[in-house]
Design a protein around this ligand. Structure first.
Ligand code: TYD
Length: 206
């Protein structure tokens, strides 16, 4: 049976991942491919409950508890939604995956990056994406975008600029370590130009 394609989008809050995921999905659907658009945290009913806790809990959540919540969401999501879709030969387009845990819980919360990666790989039984698109954006520019969107910040978005700078640099280091998996794009470029670069990276894999 053909195996599908697992594409993840990563980047800081406000980097435009969802817009690009949507454009990519439309293009692939127009090419006649079966698409599953999903996200972490969330993507399943259980995952949406975890998402609510991890993003909107009013009390403090300790860093390791936060890491385990993201890992619990991931374990269930990959087992029940992503792997079955890939086994059917479908293309999974996912907002955020294990690189977000390494960047946010590893660099952001200052936990051990290797342990966080291993926790995620354990949760997902070793599944890595075929392609990861990193939308890289200066943290202050991202903050301006979020401010102008005028929505209430969640627990992670509300972190200060230094936190988001650590997250950004961790993503760039992850991409440098696995250049064959990552496509790094400057998220300040026009939306259509970014979409074109993403299509050019995916087209040979179809
Ligand atoms: P996201 O869905 O991108 O938020 P929004 O829809 O508000 O743009 O992601 C929610 C937040 O969760 C985001 O700030 C990053 C964070 N996150 C982690 O800290 N670790 C993880 O493993 C994942 C998947 C997300």
């Amino acid at each position: 049976m053909s195996r599908g394609l697992f594409i993840t989008l990563e980047g800081g809050d406000g980097s435009g991942k969802s817009t690009q995921a949507e454009l990519l999905g439309h293009w692939l659907a127009a090419e006649g491919r079966e698409i599953v658009r999903t996200r972490e945290p969330g993507g399943t009913p259980f995952g949406n409950e975890v998402r609510e806790i991890v993003l909107h809990s009013r009390g403090d959540i300790s860093p390791r508890a936060e890491a385990l919540l993201y890992a619990a969401d991931r374990a269930h999501h990959i087992a029940t939604k992503v792997r079955p879709a890939l086994a059917r030969g479908e293309i999974v387009i996912q907002d955020r995956y294990l690189d977000s845990s390494v960047a946010y819980q590893g660099a952001g919360r200052v936990l051990d990056a290797t342990e966080i990666r291993e926790l995620s790989l354990w949760a997902a039984e070793g599944l890595l994406p075929d392609v990861t698109i990193l939308l890289d954006l200066d943290e202050d520019v991202a903050r301006e975008r979020l401010d102008s969107a005028n929505k209430k910040f969640d627990r992670l978005e509300a972190e200060k600029s230094e936190f988001h700078a650590r997250v950004r640099h961790a993503f760039l280091a992850l991409a440098a370590a696995e250049p064959e998996r990552f496509l790094v794009l400057d998220a300040s470029l026009p939306i259509a130009e970014l979409a074109e670069s993403i299509r050019a990276r995916i087209a040979p894999l179809l």
